[in-house]
Design a protein around this ligand. Sequence first.
Ligand SMILES: O=C(O)CCC(=O)C(=O)O
Ligand SMILES: [Fe+2]
Length: 395
Amino acid sequence: MAASAASLAALPRAERGRFSARSRASASRAVSSRASRLARVRPRAAGFEPALVDGAALRAASHDERRAMLLGALRASRGVVLIRGGLADLSPSELVAFSRAVGDDVERNPGVATRFLLPDHPEIQRIGNAIDPATGERVAMFSRAPPLPRDPATGAETIAYDPVAHSPVWHTDQAFREPPPFASLLYCRAHPPPGDGGDTVFADCVAAYDALSDEDKARIDDLDAICSYAHHNAKVKKRTPSYPLLTPEERAKNPPVFQPVARAVREYYVRSSESARSSGADEKDERSSQRRRSVYGFSSAVCAVVPRGERVEGALLDRYELEGEEDASVRALMYETLLPHCTREAFTYRHAWKVGDVVLWDNLRTIHAATPFDEAKDREMWRTTVAAPGEGWGR
Ligand SMILES: O=C(O)CCC(=O)C(=O)O
Ligand SMILES: [Fe+2]
């Protein structure tokens, strides 16, 4: 693939303070103008599988047992867990209870129109193509995924990001939140028949980081992605003029958040059992996971990538947050350089849904994307967003 052929060699080392004498704008331009291609590092294995949790057993378990099962499975996984079996009639309260077992604070979706939330369960957002027959209005959040790109060599459909086609729309959820959401859960109520699309794809950004050359790692280790809720809304408004900008009060409450592009994987996962606690192998695993990093910051909320320590204020921030302007660093580094690398087949998993599946993913170490489907067929998903255990946005 073209993106793996060359090198990131021109990216700045970005030591803290190195750019402090420059203007903010020229510092972020420095990141973008120097971004080029990644060194060729061939990953060994192709793709990955999610960790499996038995749905009926999870349903029968207590809150504490569920936490141990889900966080244990996440720890053993590459960031994606499939909960399958016996869940076709899962209730909204049960999905919220599963989500609370992953982390203490389940988001109540303040920014989402109430018609897309389940009555009495604002934690659950309805996603899909459902339309209220009485009003003709959408009652689920619908966004049309662009056609999948094709491999130029074979002509076959691919899920590796194509920066020209802007497809698939790979992302991490809600990077503008502080703390950024640790996990998301997606429950399948209805899906198109096999062959009619609607799969969800995932990429393991820890494996992608590991596969970078040491030089390329060093070049992104001290960069921050500036994630802004106001920027996200302003960008969407450019395509959909009815989309609201944040009010000045909302903007003041949601200042930009600086997220590391090379994000240290924190040990969110509590030990799952007494036996795990006494296992030396497990401890070693935990220590190594604390040193690991993922590539982070694929989000429509990102308005610029800057050397750590750099701040963006005043007129430049207004352009990002009110006009939806995006610094060239975002496209050059995140979308043309890092994303094609992170979504190479070796790092990905493609989930074909069955009714009753719940997929749980770690938002800090994976990215995901919807794929297109035949809109004449029903697709309905319920989703929740969860903070890490012991963290939250306030209830
Ligand atoms: O509908 C899908 O397949 C994925 C939707 C999504 O991005 C999400 O729920 O965060
Ligand atoms: Fe998402």
